[in-house]
Ligand binder design. Structure first.
Ligand SMILES: Nc1ncnc2c1ncn2[C@@H]1O[C@H](COP(=O)(O)OP(=O)(O)OP(=O)(O)O)[C@@H](O)[C@H]1O
Length: 604
């Protein structure tokens, strides 16, 4: 039993499949991101690559066939050789400079593409509906925007152009070798398939080893992340030891995977050098044989050129294997990125959606049914009217559907059946942005963005001046605690940062909502974290906030909603009763019992 419990704790799903088979269609789609640069940076980079490769290919011919050839025929003086040597140096310099520009432009191109992909992805994700986020953790979304895009970066900055360059280089060398001496070329290149085979095998092993490293690393990161976020709970339950044991385990696995990967990696370089050496040995043995035999026509100059080309041959071959690996990794990453990009927002503005003008704030639910997962019904046949300018409370047990009702009001979801109307217009006929600018939320868990208090309040209305922000804070009663802070409105705060108490965060969100000045205001357990004394203090602020708006309040603490114009009682997705506090208390139904049980709990 103990074993089972241990195994199930610290379970981190690793959502990444690191490689996928090659898929042409997807590749074409990925490479479409190069399109904006098809007339500028891309051709420039390719031309530079071709030029650099051509120069590199010309050098051995110049040294062997030309310079050594002249020496062999006895037509070159020492001075001529000095000039040739200078020319060779010059050619190398030209090839280095060309390569410098090729690498610079190639990196720029890669960075541009990655910039575009990340922008497109972020923009797309921002517009996806709540349904999308219901299904995924924030962590798994982050992994795609960061890791998957990063792994494409490798492909775009190094992979693509290198692939082209290596192919041109190899084809160039083979063509030249065959042109110079087909016989010698055949003998030397005979080992090529064997080398290619071994190199691919070795590469695959290395690739697998690095994959294991990445998986272990991601496990380590997940555990670290969870441990730090949950440190208070860990300490409260004195679980540090168990935590440490697990950490030791993942840390060791991580270290061992690195050791294995670096060991495999270290084998590759000697292999390439070995291949070069074998090529060289064949050249010396068979080349010498050809030079000595009559009629072969192999000159010393050609022999020297061959020696240079063999030296240049193995590097591109080994790199080709690497690019292929990058392509497979790129396939998996791009598949995950495209999966997000292909995700359509469930809630979208219709083409002929109307802009909202002169909102009164009346909301009507007509025969609304709703299910989050098409299995369980969260709302069943709801018919409700939220009159403009009134305060309406939604009460009921946990899971009765209160939050679901308000979720439908700003179209975070659309009803499965029936319709929701604002001022008698179906929400689906209104522009989503317009609708949301008239509906504000104050939640129990106020999200604080990294920035100053001033900026956090201004989030409600980016165009508000400092004076407007302070005015809103004063109206809500938040000014008292803000002005006590050393830096006042300029105090830096952040999510999870402990500068503010939960109640203070709540007051900030009230000020934020007041500044947004919405026609419809939703308070979802907004006062739950405020103690009764503070609550009494902010009653005035709350009144200011609610005045002239349709306010929908969700509250478990029933004392806070007693004065509402209408109280709606929900139970398992159904409206059970509605009316004012007095009416419902006289009715002696569900509400009456809810109030009684809370009252009894307080008395106890
Ligand atoms: N994102 C979601 N995906 C799937 N089911 C959900 C989701 N959110 C809520 N539900 C389910 O829908 C039903 C209604 O939930 P809802 O959040 O509206 O209840 P609530 O009355 O606001 O509860 P609470 O008082 O606890 O906030 C519940 O059965 C809940 O499990």
């Amino acid at each position: 039993m103990e074993e089972v419990r241990k195994k199930t704790r610290f379970h981190y799903p690793v959502e990444q499949i690191i490689e996928k088979p090659f898929n042409w269609k997807q590749m074409v789609r990925l490479f479409n991101f190069l399109k904006p640069y098809a007339k500028t940076l891309l051709p420039k980079t390719i031309l530079m690559m071709l030029f650099a490769t051509a120069v590199r290919l010309a050098i051995p011919i110049f040294i062997g066939v030309f310079a050594v050839g002249q020496l062999e025929q006895g037509v070159a003086t020492t001075q001529d050789m000095l000039i040739y040597a200078t020319i060779v140096l010059g050619l190398y310099a030209v090839s280095y400079i060309a390569n410098y520009f090729r690498i610079r432009w190639m990196n720029q191109l890669g960075q541009f593409v990655i910039f575009d992909i990340r922008k497109k992805l972020f923009d797309h994700i921002q517009h996806l509906s709540h349904r999308f986020f219901d299904k995924r953790s924030a962590g798994s979304i982050l992994v795609r925007v960061i890791n998957d895009v990063n792994s494409l970066q490798d492909l775009f900055t190094n992979g693509v152009i290198n692939l082209l360059m290596d192919i041109v280089m190899l084809l160039g060398i083979v063509a030249i070798l065959f042109y110079l001496s087909p016989e010698l070329a055949v003998v030397i290149l005979i080992i090529l398939p064997i080398m290619f085979f071994i190199s691919t095998k070795l590469r695959r092993k290395i690739r697998r080893a690095w994959q294991t490293v990445r998986l272990r690393q991601s496990r380590l990161n997940s555990h670290l992340n969870e441990s730090i976020q949950g440190i208070r709970v860990t300490q409260a339950y004195a679980q540090e030891h168990e935590n440490m044991d697990f950490f030791d385990d993942v840390n060791t696995q991580n270290y061992e995977s690195w050791r294995e990967a670096t060991k495999q990696n270290a084998m590759f370089r000697p292999f390439v050098e070995m291949a070069s050496a074998i090529g060289g040995a064949i050249l010396i043995w068979y080349g010498a044989f050809l030079i000595q035999s009559d009629g072969s026509g192999l000159t010393l100059g050609v022999f020297v050129s061959f020696a240079f080309y063999i030296g240049m041959f193995w590097e591109p071959i080994s790199r080709l294997g690497q690019v292929y690996n990058q392509l497979l990794v790129g396939m998996a990453s791009s598949e995950r990125i495209f999966e997000f990009l292909d995700e359509e927002p469930n809630v979208k503005s219709k083409k002929d959606a109307k802009p909202l003008t002169d909102v009164k704030g009346k909301m009507v639910f007509k025969d609304v049914e709703f299910s989050y997962d098409d299995k369980r019904m969260a709302l069943k046949g709801i018919n409700l009217t939220f009159e403009a300018g009134t305060t309406i409370a939604l009460v009921g047990h946990t899971g009765s559907g209160k939050s679901t009702i308000v979720n439908l009001m700003s179209r975070f979801y659309d009803p499965t059946k029936g319709e929701v109307l604002l001022d008698d217009v179906n929400l689906k006929d209104i522009k989503v942005d317009d609708l949301r600018s008239h509906v504000s939320y104050v939640l129990q868990d106020t999200f604080i963005f990294a920035g100053t208090i001033m900026e956090n309040i201004r989030f409600g209305n980016p165009h508000a001046s400092d004076e407007d922000v302070i005015h809103a804070a004063k109206a809500i009663g938040a000014d008292t605690f803000i002005s006590k802070l050393e830096k006042g409105y300029a105090t830096e705060v952040e999510e999870q940062g402990s500068v503010l108490s939960v109640g203070e965060r709540q007051l900030l969100s009230f000020a934020r909502a007041l500044l947004a000045d919405p026609k419809i205001l939703i308070l979802d357990e907004a006062t739950a974290s405020i103690d009764t004394e503070t609550e009494l203090k902010i009653q005035e602020g709350l009144k200011t906030l609610l005045a002239g708006r349709t306010a929908i309040m969700i509250a478990h603490r029933l004392s806070t909603i007693r004065d509402s114009d209408n109280i709606i009682v929900l139970e398992q997705g159904n409206v059970m009763e509605q009316g004012t506090h007095i009416e419902l208390m006289t009715e002696k139904g569900l509400y009456y019992h809810l109030v009684k049980s809370q009252y009894a709990a307080i008395k106890e």
